[in-house]
Design a protein around this ligand. Sequence first.
Ligand code: HEM
Length: 416
Amino acid sequence: MGFKAQETEYHVPTQEEIDASIAKYGRDIYNDFDLDAPVFNDQHYDILDDLVERCPVAHSTVGEGYYLATQNKVVREVGQNWRTFSAAKGYMPNRPEGLPYLYPEESDPPLHTAWRTALNPFMGPATIKEYEATIRADANKLIDAFIDRGECEFVSEMGALLPGWAFFKNVLGVPIEDLDKLVDGVEDGTFNPDPVVRGEKFGYVFQYLGEYLAKRAQEPPRGDMVDMIAAGVTYEDGTESAWADRVSVLVDMTFGGIATTTYVMAGGLHWLATNPDARKLLISDMDTYMPRAIEEFARVFPPVVALGRTCTKDVELGGRSLKEGDYVMMVYGAASRDPRVVEDPKKIDITRETVLHSAFGVGIHRCIGSNLARLELRATFEEWLKRIPEYSVKPGGEPVYVSGFLRSMRSCTFQW
Ligand code: HEM
């Protein structure tokens, strides 16, 4: 069944497809979706593939309800039109009351433009390149700690640590002794299954970063991103950014920088452990294949599964009618597996010359940290493969995943 909307033929799931979904997943993923349902963790890719193939815009009845844009074209329609799909009411559905908004993520122009313009130079390729030696040295320091043991639990011993070290040391310049607590705070503030613990940890990170920003505002300037944030920006109407806005920017950068890259690292290394031919090919010519592998791993192990926007007016989307105030998630993880734009999307292939993916988002909120993320990924894969070219998954140490609007790996043990 299908019908015309704009110039595209959009499919609507048939009763047969709905019945098949209920048989396979225990629920109708097209009309009764739930990001937090355990089945979305356990059968993650099957669900993304069914959504992107059969349902351009799905619906969830959880809380106030939300829509999910799944196909590449529809995700781009949302991400590239901030006037109709606003980020100012938050990036997650059913947002708890009273949570402070994170800027620039949860804002629209002109506030968003003011902050992005000021932040961009600090995250550009030239600045990030300066961190390369430290990040590679840190990758090696982490490997030093476990290499002689012949095994490691990758996530806790490397994957969850390196992005935090890279960000806090290089970008924020926070004291080394505070690293562990901060990294834990961000990890638990994002992934702890208990919302009370999540709130506490989130609160700790917010408080730490607020105090750090205040301290740095009193110190001689270092010319870095923290100085710029502490000094603030001037908004379009001539007012100076409030102190709370500045803390919110620092928190947003931090959460973005830490809760994401781990999954691409862990997913990629796990896949290489179980695909020795591809691993050998990669090791044989890292210059050619590493950049391709990094993009392919970002495509197939996307940490940001879905983020949302609020409709500012009634709008047609993917053949559905959305109303002003409706909430719609862009399922980046599904858009990167859209057979309409990616050939053979279920296949993981590190030799693809161009990898079209939406892992870093689309439109004005496109990830500001992508240069840093790519450097962390390159340092991790290269340093690991140089020192541990032969490794496998330890029996009993298979990956454990956690999924919602973000996805990550909780643990995976390798041996060599
Ligand atoms: C593989 C790693 C990463 C992935 C897959 C990723 C993914 C994303 C995505 C999908 C968005 C778009 C959000 C939206 O549409 O609303 C985004 C935005 C953002 N990311 Fe990343 N990210 C990664 C790493 C990083 C790092 C390392 C940093 C910081 C150092 C960072 C900071 C941010 C920030 C601040 C935003 C908001 C930008 C804005 O609203 O203009 N991310 N990221």
